[in-house]
Design a protein around this ligand. Structure first.
Ligand code: ATP
Ligand code: MG
Length: 373
């Protein structure tokens, strides 16, 4: 970390953490720093009220994916007595324009012999002396330089890169995500990650209904999600239940319930993983009114299959909104890689199921095909 000399450093700003009570804030700040360190192991970090300063090797693309960061800026830093010379050198190295309007925005923390206004006036005239073709414009300048003065230390920057926002990954614990490889569940996973939940993705491979391409697709989606949570622990469960019930119900009126039975099975498998690993609930990519099973009646029937909380962060989003998010996250392209459609989906899936009937059907099927639900 630079001290007493001119140096380069990154200013990291966080949002919601600052609103927390002191003990929560301390834990969340520590989590944010350890998450930064995980993706930028060659950086050094220092925490200061409402800010994190990073030095060493910092890749802005990695920083842009750390949840909890609102924005960040590459800065020059110097001692107060070096501020004027550093500012002139900073302008010379950062901007090529010989004729431009400029503005200085000063923010001061601590006790100083001058006001921010006096400091801006003094520095501004030094810039005009050095660059006679520059002129001051405080409302919409070509060059706007922000200077933070913290006691005896100064930080200069002109770029503010947006962060991903949210709260630090992991502060809320872990959730199992039913991840299909399609567009929706990847976005659902990301939204819960953004709100502090580590994810444990579970893919149910309904052998032999889903083929190799479904696995390729899920791995491509996971590669993107790992940019946000590098140590994702992924689980694939091969399951023959759906293939067997499809076969059993082939000529029955009840074949319209196959999707519901399949999803209830998935919820139960997800619950087992969640209980084994201490996760606090299940996430799905279901959204109101979407294909096959996503009606109010059906979602109630699905929820009944588990005693764990089920989170559906996409429930109120339109498909176009989900796709926009998927593009922003980076999962859209891998999610649309071609993949075998599930061969068990009936022509007319039930949209209004009765929970009592589904329970009885499950009991009957369990005794026919010998399953422990
Ligand atoms: P997605 O785009 O996530 O595939 P979808 O709108 O296509 O969702 P469905 O295929 O009905 O909807 O699946 C609803 C949800 O069930 C998915 O969002 C996902 O959470 C879960 N799901 C579906 N298939 C699988 C699977 N093979 N493994 C794990 N979870 C799955
Ligand atoms: Mg799908």
């Amino acid at each position: 970390m630079t001290d007493g000399t001119i140096g380069k450093i990154w200013l990291v700003r966080y949002g919601e953490i600052a609103l927390k009570s002191p003990p929560v804030r301390k834990t969340w700040e520590a989590k944010l720093i350890s998450n930064i360190q995980m993706v930028l192991p060659r950086s050094d970090s220092r925490r200061e009220h409402g800010r994190i300063w990073l030095s060493g090797e910092v890749d802005p693309a990695m920083l842009a994916r750390v949840f909890g960061i609102v924005s960040f800026s590459p800065c020059w830093t110097c001692d107060l007595k070096e501020l004027k010379d550093t500012l002139l050198q900073y302008i010379a190295e950062s901007f090529s324009a010989k004729k431009a309007t400029f503005g200085l925005r000063i923010r001061r923390i601590g006790h100083h012999q001058f006001t921010s206004q006096e400091c801006a006036t003094q520095l501004g005239s030094a810039v005009l002396q050095c660059y006679p073709d520059f002129s001051v414009n405080l409302t919409n300048p070509d060059i706007l330089i922000m200077i933070e003065i913290r006691e005896n230390r100064c930080y200069l920057f002109y770029q503010i890169f947006p962060g991903v926002g949210g709260i630090p990954l992991g502060v809320e614990g872990a959730l199992v995500v039913l991840l299909s490889g399609g567009i929706d569940s990847a976005v659902a996973a990301w939204l819960m990650m953004k709100r502090g939940c580590r994810i444990i993705p579970v893919f149910i491979d309904m052998t032999p209904l889903l083929g190799e391409s479904a696995r390729d697709r899920i791995h491509a989606v996971l590669d993107v999600l790992r940019r946000y949570q590098p140590d994702i622990d992924f689980h694939i469960i091969e399951d023959r239940y759906v293939a067997q019930i499809q076969e059993t119900l082939r000529t029955s009126h009840d074949k319209k319930y196959v999707c519901l039975l399949c999803k209830r099975r998935m919820y139960r498998l997800a619950e087992k993983v969640a209980r084994n690993l201490g996760a606090k609930g299940i996430v799905t990519g279901e959204s109101m009114g979407q294909v096959a099973s996503q009606t109010l009646d059906n979602l109630a029937v699905l929820h009944e299959a588990t005693t764990m909380p089920v989170y559906r962060p996409l429930i109120g989003l339109d498909k176009t909104e989900i796709i926009d998010l998927a593009r922003r996250i980076g999962t859209y392209e891998p999610s649309i890689l071609s993949s075998n459609c599930c061969g068990a989906v009936p022509q007319k899936p039930a949209t209004k199921a009765d929970p009592g009937k589904i329970r009885k059907l499950e009991d009957r099927l369990a005794s026919v095909i010998g399953y422990d639900m």
